[in-house]
Design a protein around this ligand. Structure first.
Ligand code: ADP
Ligand code: MG
Length: 533
């Protein structure tokens, strides 16, 4: 199927082509024709499957730029997602001259009012701010012909149901309503029943909740040893681009600070940061100016970030769906990724509940020792020295220090100088900056049925798991009573192989990240850019 078969207007098609989209994704293929016919549509598909363009293209198609009023309204759960959608809509509507504005809380309402006054055909906004603007009469809805609820399940999770209903009831009844969501919890279905006209429900079956491209590990570790365990692992693994998930905003702040102290290029995002800062961090992460993004679940949901090689679950997520979302940040576009979940001993039951949902088993991994981390860092430093000496642009700077270098060479032996360089380059494991991460209560030992999937709970203890592992794995876990030891053995091997491979990767890639092409950004379906076909 080609976009050209979809009855979109010429200008929109040109923009789609310019964006490098070749084929519509399944959700686009099925919902765009319905939306173009004017039907109400409920579109359900996993994150990253192109839902924005699914509602965006037909909506843009319908806009009449001869009229200078708001003709479409998109309700989005978070500022980031609103901005992301606004950017995508702008990209496809620019040639047609469609004006798209985004509005959200935490940012000057006056400025947004001004922007709206200057003209808007499509407004994308978060529920609270939209209501505010409607009440102030800065946002007029009488000419809205298309209403879109984007990431509806997220909006529900964030407690926006009432706000959304309040907004819907203010949009003229003659409208077309499109609702897009990754999942369809009951309250969202009810919106379909109560506020939509005979909606067509298009559901793209989720392939698998988690992809085989992600190696999923867990490390059993005491709360107060988690941080050191994580940074040692990072030293050994040298992840290219990673996301660390923390349970709370405070956690995110503390982890970010700690990682920076230990020399990692890390920044955090969560709901309390002002808008500008969040966007800056995301931009830096996407542009490879950051290696580690620390985030809460909410802040990271739905974000279109590509190239993530490692996901670290500093805290095991409270609900298994969050786990799926988290590790879905890696293993995209056919590339391998890995996730490491840190679990305190009494949270082990939660692992089983997650595995119950994903139908995949996490492998136990043994923590790296301080010595292993140190050796790994040394190896990196030595490689870097070797590389730098081979680099003309670096050598050409040597001249500036010639006189001083000669003096130093008279004063110290080559070995002393080399030792000095190494102590400067490699953080001493004995004097690593202490990082205090405030204690968070581990999740309760017996997960309560609600929210966390219900099933699971008691019977799925380590003993049972061990037993089942036996059936499925040769050489992995060998006996239930020895789970811990077996973790070590099994994990040990995985760990070795993996870290060696990573080191090799590191050596090969010349310390430069491969450039991420736009086609790699795409996920959930195979996309070829033009020219790559
Ligand atoms: P969702 O809302 O389902 O999570 P998005 O709309 O954010 O997904 O799309 C994910 C990424 O895929 C975006 O970078 C988007 O530009 C890209 N994309 C969407 N549709 C296509 C397509 N048909 N061809 C190529 N890339 C696409
Ligand atoms: Mg989306």
């Amino acid at each position: 199927m080609k976009f050209t078969e979809l009855n979109l207007s010429e200008t929109i098609l040109t923009a789609v082509e310019k964006a490098g989209f070749v084929e519509p994704s399944p959700i686009q293929e099925l919902t765009i024709p319905l939306a173009l016919e004017g039907k109400d549509v409920i579109g359900q598909a996993q994150t990253g499957t192109g839902k924005t363009a699914a509602f965006g293209l037909p909506t843009l198609n319908k806009i009449n730029t001869n009229h200078n009023y708001v003709q479409a309204l998109v309700i989005a759960p978070t500022r980031e997602l609103a901005v992301q959608s606004q950017e995508e809509l702008f990209r496809f509507g620019r040639d047609k001259g469609v004006k798209v504005r985004s509005v959200y809380g935490g940012s000057s309402i006056e400025k947004q009012i001004k922007a709206l006054r200057s003209g808007a055909h499509i407004v994308v906004g978060t529920p609270g701010r939209l209501l505010d603007l409607i009440k102030r009469k800065a946002l007029k809805l009488e000419n809205v012909e298309t209403l879109i609820l984007d990431e509806a399940d997220e909006m529900l999770n964030m407690g926006f149901l009432e706000d959304i209903e309040a907004i819907i009831s203010r949009v003229p009844e003659s409208r077309q309503t499109l609702l897009f969501s990754a999942t369809m919890p009951d309250p969202i279905k009810r919106i379909g029943v109560n506020f939509m006209k005979e909606p067509e429900h298009v559901k793209i079956a989720a392939k698998e909740l988690t992809t085989d491209l992600v190696d999923q590990y867990y490390i059993r570790v005491k709360e107060n040893e988690k941080f050191d365990t994580m940074t040692r692992l990072m030293d050994v693994d040298q992840p290219e681009l990673s996301i660390v998930f923390g349970r709370t905003k405070r956690r995110v702040d503390e982890l970010t600070r700690g990682l920076k102290l230990r020399g990692f290029r890390a920044e955090g995002i969560h709901g309390d940061l002002d808008q500008g800062k969040r966007l800056r961090v995301l931009r830096d992460f996407k542009n490879d100016n950051l290696d580690i993004l620390v985030a809460t679940d909410v802040a990271a949901r739905g974000l279109d970030i590509s190239g993530v090689t490692h996901v670290y679950n500093y805290d095991i997520p409270q609900d298994p769906e969050s786990y799926v979302h988290r590790i879905g940040r890696t293993g995209r576009a056919g590339k391998h990724g890995q996730s490491i979940t840190f679990v305190s001993p009494n949270e082990m039951g939660y692992l089983a509940i997650i595995e119950n949902l994903t139908k995949k088993r996490m492998k136990g991994m043994k923590p790296a020792t301080a010595e292993e981390a140190f050796q790994a860092k040394k190896k990196v430093a030595l490689k870097k020295i070797e590389r730098d000496f081979a680099d003309e642009s670096i050598r050409s700077n040597f001249d500036k220090f010639k006189g001083d270098a000669v003096k130093l060479a008279q004063e110290f032996t080559p070995e002393e100088l080399a030792l000095y360089i190494l102590t400067l380059t490699v953080q001493d494991p004995d004097t690593l900056p202490e990082v205090e991460i405030a204690r968070e209560k581990p999740l309760p030992f017996k997960p309560s049925g609600s929210g966390f999937g219900g099933k699971g709970g008691r019977g799925r203890n380590d003993r049972n798991r061990g037993g089942r592992d036996n059936d499925r794995r040769r050489g992995g876990y060998r006996g239930d009573r020895n789970r811990d030891r077996d973790d070590r053995d099994g994990g040990r091997r995985d760990f070795k192989r993996k870290s060696n491979k990573n080191r090799k990767d590191f050596e090969n890639k010349d310390n430069k990240r491969p450039h991420r092409t736009s086609s790699e950004k795409k996920n959930g379906f195979v996309i070829r850019n033009k020219g790559e076909r």
